[in-house]
Ligand binder design. Structure first.
Ligand code: IPM
Ligand code: MG
Length: 372
Protein backbone atom coordinates (compact mmCIF):
# COMPACT_ATOMS: atom_id res chain seq x y z
CA UNK A 1 0.00 0.00 0.00
CA UNK A 2 1.48 3.30 -1.09
CA UNK A 3 0.07 6.16 0.92
CA UNK A 4 1.62 9.55 1.36
CA UNK A 5 2.33 10.87 4.83
CA UNK A 6 -0.38 13.01 6.35
CA UNK A 7 -1.03 13.86 9.92
CA UNK A 8 -4.68 13.02 10.40
CA UNK A 9 -6.32 14.65 13.40
CA UNK A 10 -8.72 12.28 15.08
CA UNK A 11 -10.81 12.84 18.19
CA UNK A 12 -11.82 9.63 19.94
CA UNK A 13 -14.77 9.79 22.32
CA UNK A 14 -15.23 6.28 23.80
CA UNK A 15 -18.22 7.29 25.96
CA UNK A 16 -20.14 4.84 28.13
CA UNK A 17 -20.91 1.15 28.54
CA UNK A 18 -19.14 -0.92 25.91
CA UNK A 19 -17.85 2.27 24.24
CA UNK A 20 -14.37 2.18 25.83
CA UNK A 21 -13.90 -1.54 25.04
CA UNK A 22 -14.75 -1.21 21.38
CA UNK A 23 -12.68 1.97 21.09
CA UNK A 24 -9.65 0.08 22.42
CA UNK A 25 -9.92 -2.15 19.34
CA UNK A 26 -10.15 0.87 17.05
CA UNK A 27 -6.93 2.14 18.63
CA UNK A 28 -5.27 -1.16 17.75
CA UNK A 29 -6.29 -0.70 14.13
CA UNK A 30 -4.98 2.87 14.18
CA UNK A 31 -1.70 1.64 15.66
CA UNK A 32 -1.44 -0.99 12.95
CA UNK A 33 -1.94 1.59 10.19
CA UNK A 34 0.69 3.82 11.76
CA UNK A 35 3.14 0.92 11.86
CA UNK A 36 2.50 -0.55 8.47
CA UNK A 37 1.55 2.37 6.27
CA UNK A 38 2.71 5.92 5.94
CA UNK A 39 -0.47 7.18 7.60
CA UNK A 40 0.09 9.06 10.77
CA UNK A 41 -2.52 10.16 13.26
CA UNK A 42 -2.73 12.94 15.76
CA UNK A 43 -5.03 11.41 18.38
CA UNK A 44 -7.06 13.24 20.99
CA UNK A 45 -9.14 11.28 23.42
CA UNK A 46 -11.88 12.79 25.56
CA UNK A 47 -15.19 12.00 27.24
CA UNK A 48 -18.77 12.25 26.06
CA UNK A 49 -22.09 11.19 27.55
CA UNK A 50 -22.24 9.88 31.08
CA UNK A 51 -18.46 9.67 31.34
CA UNK A 52 -18.25 13.39 30.50
CA UNK A 53 -21.01 14.17 32.97
CA UNK A 54 -19.03 12.40 35.70
CA UNK A 55 -15.84 14.26 34.80
CA UNK A 56 -17.02 17.71 33.71
CA UNK A 57 -20.61 17.90 34.99
CA UNK A 58 -21.81 18.09 31.36
CA UNK A 59 -22.36 15.37 28.72
CA UNK A 60 -20.27 17.39 26.24
CA UNK A 61 -17.87 19.96 27.66
CA UNK A 62 -17.08 23.12 25.67
CA UNK A 63 -13.40 22.23 25.52
CA UNK A 64 -14.30 18.80 24.08
CA UNK A 65 -16.41 20.48 21.44
CA UNK A 66 -13.45 22.74 20.56
CA UNK A 67 -11.19 19.70 20.20
CA UNK A 68 -13.79 18.08 17.93
CA UNK A 69 -14.09 21.17 15.76
CA UNK A 70 -10.33 21.24 15.26
CA UNK A 71 -10.10 17.63 14.10
CA UNK A 72 -10.52 15.93 10.74
CA UNK A 73 -12.89 13.29 12.06
CA UNK A 74 -14.52 12.25 15.32
CA UNK A 75 -15.09 8.63 16.36
CA UNK A 76 -17.62 7.85 19.09
CA UNK A 77 -18.12 4.60 20.98
CA UNK A 78 -21.55 4.87 22.63
CA UNK A 79 -23.40 6.97 25.19
CA UNK A 80 -25.95 6.28 27.90
CA UNK A 81 -26.76 3.95 30.74
CA UNK A 82 -29.10 3.63 33.70
CA UNK A 83 -26.39 5.01 35.98
CA UNK A 84 -27.41 8.48 34.76
CA UNK A 85 -31.19 7.94 34.90
CA UNK A 86 -31.48 10.47 37.71
CA UNK A 87 -29.54 13.36 36.16
CA UNK A 88 -31.23 16.50 34.90
CA UNK A 89 -32.88 15.82 31.50
CA UNK A 90 -30.75 18.48 29.79
CA UNK A 91 -27.59 16.83 31.11
CA UNK A 92 -28.43 13.21 30.25
CA UNK A 93 -25.71 11.35 28.30
CA UNK A 94 -27.65 11.44 25.00
CA UNK A 95 -27.78 15.24 25.18
CA UNK A 96 -24.00 15.32 24.64
CA UNK A 97 -24.29 13.43 21.37
CA UNK A 98 -27.25 15.52 20.22
CA UNK A 99 -25.35 18.72 21.02
CA UNK A 100 -22.32 17.57 19.05
CA UNK A 101 -24.48 16.74 16.00
CA UNK A 102 -26.26 20.10 16.24
CA UNK A 103 -23.22 22.32 16.94
CA UNK A 104 -21.33 20.90 13.95
CA UNK A 105 -24.54 20.90 11.86
CA UNK A 106 -24.00 17.25 10.90
CA UNK A 107 -27.29 17.00 9.08
CA UNK A 108 -26.65 13.89 7.00
CA UNK A 109 -26.53 10.56 8.80
CA UNK A 110 -25.55 7.65 6.58
CA UNK A 111 -26.48 4.25 7.95
CA UNK A 112 -25.62 1.35 5.67
CA UNK A 113 -27.32 -1.97 6.34
CA UNK A 114 -25.28 -4.62 4.62
CA UNK A 115 -25.71 -8.36 5.02
CA UNK A 116 -22.30 -10.01 4.92
CA UNK A 117 -22.50 -13.39 3.19
CA UNK A 118 -20.94 -15.12 6.18
CA UNK A 119 -23.66 -13.72 8.46
CA UNK A 120 -26.70 -14.44 6.35
CA UNK A 121 -27.92 -16.96 8.93
CA UNK A 122 -27.60 -14.48 11.78
CA UNK A 123 -30.64 -12.58 10.56
CA UNK A 124 -34.04 -13.39 12.06
CA UNK A 125 -35.37 -13.23 8.50
CA UNK A 126 -35.06 -16.08 6.02
CA UNK A 127 -31.69 -16.18 4.24
CA UNK A 128 -33.31 -15.83 0.81
CA UNK A 129 -34.93 -12.54 1.92
CA UNK A 130 -31.75 -10.90 3.23
CA UNK A 131 -28.94 -12.41 1.17
CA UNK A 132 -26.88 -9.75 -0.57
CA UNK A 133 -28.85 -6.97 1.10
CA UNK A 134 -27.26 -3.54 0.74
CA UNK A 135 -29.43 -0.63 1.87
CA UNK A 136 -28.27 2.86 2.74
CA UNK A 137 -30.48 4.86 5.07
CA UNK A 138 -29.90 8.59 4.80
CA UNK A 139 -31.36 10.10 7.95
CA UNK A 140 -31.81 13.84 8.48
CA UNK A 141 -30.02 14.44 11.77
CA UNK A 142 -30.27 18.03 12.95
CA UNK A 143 -33.92 18.92 12.46
CA UNK A 144 -37.40 17.55 12.95
CA UNK A 145 -38.94 16.62 16.25
CA UNK A 146 -35.52 16.07 17.86
CA UNK A 147 -34.82 19.79 17.89
CA UNK A 148 -38.13 21.53 17.05
CA UNK A 149 -39.50 24.32 19.26
CA UNK A 150 -41.64 24.65 21.27
CA UNK A 151 -40.76 21.69 23.40
CA UNK A 152 -41.02 20.84 27.06
CA UNK A 153 -43.34 19.67 29.80
CA UNK A 154 -45.71 22.28 31.17
CA UNK A 155 -47.83 22.10 34.27
CA UNK A 156 -51.46 22.83 33.49
CA UNK A 157 -52.10 23.41 37.16
CA UNK A 158 -55.07 21.04 37.50
CA UNK A 159 -53.02 17.97 38.27
CA UNK A 160 -52.48 17.62 34.55
CA UNK A 161 -49.25 18.16 32.62
CA UNK A 162 -48.62 18.62 28.92
CA UNK A 163 -45.56 17.27 27.05
CA UNK A 164 -44.80 19.00 23.77
CA UNK A 165 -42.41 18.40 20.89
CA UNK A 166 -42.57 19.99 17.48
CA UNK A 167 -41.96 18.34 14.15
CA UNK A 168 -40.66 21.03 11.86
CA UNK A 169 -38.76 21.13 8.54
CA UNK A 170 -37.91 23.95 6.16
CA UNK A 171 -37.51 23.67 2.39
CA UNK A 172 -33.75 24.06 2.57
CA UNK A 173 -33.36 21.43 5.29
CA UNK A 174 -35.32 18.95 3.18
CA UNK A 175 -33.49 19.81 -0.01
CA UNK A 176 -29.99 19.51 1.42
CA UNK A 177 -30.65 16.02 2.79
CA UNK A 178 -32.43 15.07 -0.44
CA UNK A 179 -29.38 16.16 -2.41
CA UNK A 180 -27.10 13.93 -0.31
CA UNK A 181 -29.40 10.95 -0.91
CA UNK A 182 -29.64 11.48 -4.66
CA UNK A 183 -25.88 12.00 -4.99
CA UNK A 184 -25.17 8.79 -3.07
CA UNK A 185 -27.79 6.84 -5.05
CA UNK A 186 -25.97 7.75 -8.27
CA UNK A 187 -22.91 5.90 -6.97
CA UNK A 188 -25.01 2.84 -6.01
CA UNK A 189 -28.30 1.47 -7.33
CA UNK A 190 -29.61 4.84 -8.63
CA UNK A 191 -32.85 4.49 -6.65
CA UNK A 192 -34.14 6.67 -3.81
CA UNK A 193 -37.16 5.92 -1.63
CA UNK A 194 -38.28 8.98 0.30
CA UNK A 195 -40.28 8.26 3.48
CA UNK A 196 -42.60 10.51 5.47
CA UNK A 197 -46.21 10.65 6.64
CA UNK A 198 -47.58 13.08 4.07
CA UNK A 199 -51.01 11.56 4.70
CA UNK A 200 -51.03 12.87 8.29
CA UNK A 201 -48.41 15.59 8.76
CA UNK A 202 -47.91 18.91 6.98
CA UNK A 203 -44.15 18.56 7.49
CA UNK A 204 -44.44 15.29 5.58
CA UNK A 205 -46.46 16.93 2.81
CA UNK A 206 -43.77 19.59 2.43
CA UNK A 207 -41.07 16.89 2.54
CA UNK A 208 -42.70 15.09 -0.37
CA UNK A 209 -43.14 18.31 -2.38
CA UNK A 210 -39.54 19.43 -1.89
CA UNK A 211 -38.05 16.03 -2.71
CA UNK A 212 -40.23 15.81 -5.84
CA UNK A 213 -39.16 19.31 -6.92
CA UNK A 214 -35.46 18.62 -6.30
CA UNK A 215 -35.71 15.36 -8.21
CA UNK A 216 -37.34 17.03 -11.23
CA UNK A 217 -34.81 19.85 -11.21
CA UNK A 218 -31.49 18.08 -10.67
CA UNK A 219 -31.89 14.32 -10.38
CA UNK A 220 -34.48 13.21 -12.93
CA UNK A 221 -32.17 10.35 -13.97
CA UNK A 222 -32.44 8.74 -10.50
CA UNK A 223 -35.46 6.54 -9.81
CA UNK A 224 -37.57 8.09 -7.03
CA UNK A 225 -40.35 6.49 -4.98
CA UNK A 226 -42.32 8.02 -2.15
CA UNK A 227 -43.48 5.80 0.68
CA UNK A 228 -45.30 6.40 3.95
CA UNK A 229 -42.97 5.61 6.81
CA UNK A 230 -45.23 2.96 8.32
CA UNK A 231 -45.40 1.16 4.98
CA UNK A 232 -41.61 1.41 4.75
CA UNK A 233 -41.30 -0.29 8.15
CA UNK A 234 -43.45 -3.10 6.81
CA UNK A 235 -41.72 -3.33 3.42
CA UNK A 236 -38.33 -3.58 5.12
CA UNK A 237 -39.48 -6.87 6.61
CA UNK A 238 -41.48 -8.08 3.62
CA UNK A 239 -39.07 -7.39 0.79
CA UNK A 240 -36.01 -5.41 1.88
CA UNK A 241 -34.11 -5.83 -1.37
CA UNK A 242 -36.52 -3.45 -3.12
CA UNK A 243 -34.60 -0.62 -1.42
CA UNK A 244 -31.36 1.05 -2.41
CA UNK A 245 -31.23 4.45 -0.67
CA UNK A 246 -33.93 5.45 1.82
CA UNK A 247 -34.07 9.15 2.71
CA UNK A 248 -36.13 10.18 5.69
CA UNK A 249 -36.44 12.55 8.62
CA UNK A 250 -34.74 12.41 11.99
CA UNK A 251 -37.30 10.37 13.96
CA UNK A 252 -38.40 8.00 11.19
CA UNK A 253 -34.73 7.55 10.34
CA UNK A 254 -33.94 6.63 13.93
CA UNK A 255 -36.59 3.93 13.92
CA UNK A 256 -36.17 2.60 10.38
CA UNK A 257 -32.39 2.39 10.74
CA UNK A 258 -32.68 0.18 13.83
CA UNK A 259 -35.06 -2.03 11.91
CA UNK A 260 -32.83 -2.18 8.84
CA UNK A 261 -29.83 -2.86 11.04
CA UNK A 262 -31.48 -5.85 12.63
CA UNK A 263 -32.22 -7.33 9.20
CA UNK A 264 -28.50 -7.87 8.99
CA UNK A 265 -28.47 -10.03 12.10
CA UNK A 266 -26.53 -7.86 14.45
CA UNK A 267 -26.46 -4.26 15.50
CA UNK A 268 -22.87 -5.03 16.43
CA UNK A 269 -21.83 -4.92 12.78
CA UNK A 270 -23.16 -1.60 11.60
CA UNK A 271 -21.26 1.68 11.32
CA UNK A 272 -22.60 5.15 10.60
CA UNK A 273 -21.32 8.48 9.40
CA UNK A 274 -22.75 11.90 10.19
CA UNK A 275 -21.67 14.56 7.75
CA UNK A 276 -22.12 18.31 7.44
CA UNK A 277 -20.88 20.99 5.11
CA UNK A 278 -17.53 20.47 3.35
CA UNK A 279 -14.66 21.20 5.72
CA UNK A 280 -16.63 20.30 8.86
CA UNK A 281 -15.29 17.17 10.58
CA UNK A 282 -17.48 14.11 10.14
CA UNK A 283 -18.66 12.11 13.11
CA UNK A 284 -18.50 8.32 12.97
CA UNK A 285 -20.22 5.98 15.37
CA UNK A 286 -21.60 2.47 15.56
CA UNK A 287 -25.39 2.21 15.24
CA UNK A 288 -25.54 0.14 18.43
CA UNK A 289 -25.90 1.68 21.88
CA UNK A 290 -23.84 1.42 25.04
CA UNK A 291 -25.21 -2.04 26.01
CA UNK A 292 -24.57 -1.59 29.77
CA UNK A 293 -25.73 -5.19 30.37
CA UNK A 294 -22.58 -6.59 28.75
CA UNK A 295 -20.17 -3.72 29.45
CA UNK A 296 -16.76 -4.66 30.83
CA UNK A 297 -17.16 -8.35 30.05
CA UNK A 298 -15.24 -8.52 26.78
CA UNK A 299 -18.38 -9.65 24.95
CA UNK A 300 -19.02 -6.63 22.77
CA UNK A 301 -18.52 -6.79 19.02
CA UNK A 302 -15.96 -4.11 18.07
CA UNK A 303 -16.58 -4.41 14.32
CA UNK A 304 -19.25 -1.68 14.06
CA UNK A 305 -16.89 0.87 15.59
CA UNK A 306 -13.93 -0.35 13.54
CA UNK A 307 -16.10 -0.12 10.40
CA UNK A 308 -17.09 3.40 11.50
CA UNK A 309 -13.39 4.25 11.59
CA UNK A 310 -13.14 2.80 8.07
CA UNK A 311 -15.96 5.14 7.00
CA UNK A 312 -14.00 8.04 8.54
CA UNK A 313 -10.98 7.05 6.47
CA UNK A 314 -13.10 7.03 3.34
CA UNK A 315 -15.37 10.07 3.79
CA UNK A 316 -13.39 12.51 5.96
CA UNK A 317 -9.76 11.53 5.48
CA UNK A 318 -9.83 10.57 1.82
CA UNK A 319 -7.99 7.34 2.52
CA UNK A 320 -10.19 4.92 0.62
CA UNK A 321 -7.44 2.31 0.21
CA UNK A 322 -7.01 1.95 3.96
CA UNK A 323 -10.81 1.77 4.38
CA UNK A 324 -10.99 -0.99 1.75
CA UNK A 325 -8.29 -2.93 3.55
CA UNK A 326 -10.15 -2.83 6.88
CA UNK A 327 -13.48 -3.73 5.29
CA UNK A 328 -12.11 -6.69 3.41
CA UNK A 329 -10.27 -7.92 6.51
CA UNK A 330 -13.63 -7.87 8.33
CA UNK A 331 -15.12 -10.06 5.60
CA UNK A 332 -12.15 -12.44 5.76
CA UNK A 333 -12.32 -12.77 9.54
CA UNK A 334 -16.05 -13.52 9.37
CA UNK A 335 -15.48 -16.02 6.57
CA UNK A 336 -12.92 -17.71 8.79
CA UNK A 337 -15.70 -18.28 11.34
CA UNK A 338 -14.38 -15.93 14.00
CA UNK A 339 -17.32 -14.49 15.91
CA UNK A 340 -18.22 -12.44 18.94
CA UNK A 341 -21.19 -13.70 20.95
CA UNK A 342 -23.78 -11.53 19.16
CA UNK A 343 -23.08 -13.16 15.78
CA UNK A 344 -22.02 -16.60 17.01
CA UNK A 345 -23.18 -19.53 14.86
CA UNK A 346 -22.70 -23.29 14.89
CA UNK A 347 -19.24 -24.42 13.84
CA UNK A 348 -17.73 -20.98 14.44
CA UNK A 349 -15.25 -19.90 17.10
CA UNK A 350 -16.53 -17.50 19.73
CA UNK A 351 -13.99 -14.85 20.67
CA UNK A 352 -13.81 -11.86 22.99
CA UNK A 353 -13.85 -8.20 22.01
CA UNK A 354 -10.09 -7.96 22.11
CA UNK A 355 -9.51 -11.30 20.34
CA UNK A 356 -11.73 -10.05 17.52
CA UNK A 357 -9.55 -6.94 17.23
CA UNK A 358 -6.42 -9.11 17.23
CA UNK A 359 -7.85 -11.42 14.56
CA UNK A 360 -8.58 -8.44 12.36
CA UNK A 361 -5.06 -7.07 12.76
CA UNK A 362 -3.57 -10.50 12.00
CA UNK A 363 -5.72 -10.68 8.87
CA UNK A 364 -4.64 -7.22 7.67
CA UNK A 365 -1.03 -8.14 8.33
CA UNK A 366 -1.41 -11.29 6.27
CA UNK A 367 -2.98 -9.35 3.40
CA UNK A 368 -0.18 -6.79 3.43
CA UNK A 369 2.50 -9.47 3.45
CA UNK A 370 0.87 -11.16 0.47
CA UNK A 371 0.75 -7.87 -1.40
CA UNK A 372 4.42 -7.06 -0.64
C1 IPM B 1 -29.13 6.87 17.40
C2 IPM B 1 -29.51 6.89 18.85
C3 IPM B 1 -29.61 8.33 19.31
C4 IPM B 1 -30.74 8.97 18.52
C5 IPM B 1 -29.79 8.53 20.81
C6 IPM B 1 -28.72 7.82 21.61
C7 IPM B 1 -29.87 9.99 21.18
O1 IPM B 1 -30.67 6.17 19.06
O2 IPM B 1 -28.06 7.43 17.07
O3 IPM B 1 -29.87 6.30 16.61
O4 IPM B 1 -31.93 8.85 18.89
O5 IPM B 1 -30.44 9.64 17.53
MG1 MG C 1 -31.38 5.14 17.35
Amino acid sequence: MQLETRNLKLTLLPGDGIGPEVMTEVKKVIGFLEDKSSLSFDLHEDDIGGAAYDRYGQPLADQTLDTCRASDAIIIGAVGGSKWDGVDYNLRPEAGLLRLRKELDLFANLRPAIVFDALVDASTLKPEIVKGLDILIVRELTGGVYFGEPRGIEDLGNGEKRGVNTQVYTSSEIQRIGRVAFDLAKKRGNHVTSCEKANVMESGKLWREEITMLHGKDFADVKLDHMYADNCAMQLLRNPSQFDVIVTDNLFGDILSDEAAMLTGSLGMLPSASLGAPGVPGLYEPVHGSAPDIAGQGKANPLATILSFAMALRYSLNEGAAADMIESAVQDVLNAGIRTADIMAEGCTEVSTSAMGDALIAQMDKTLQKAA
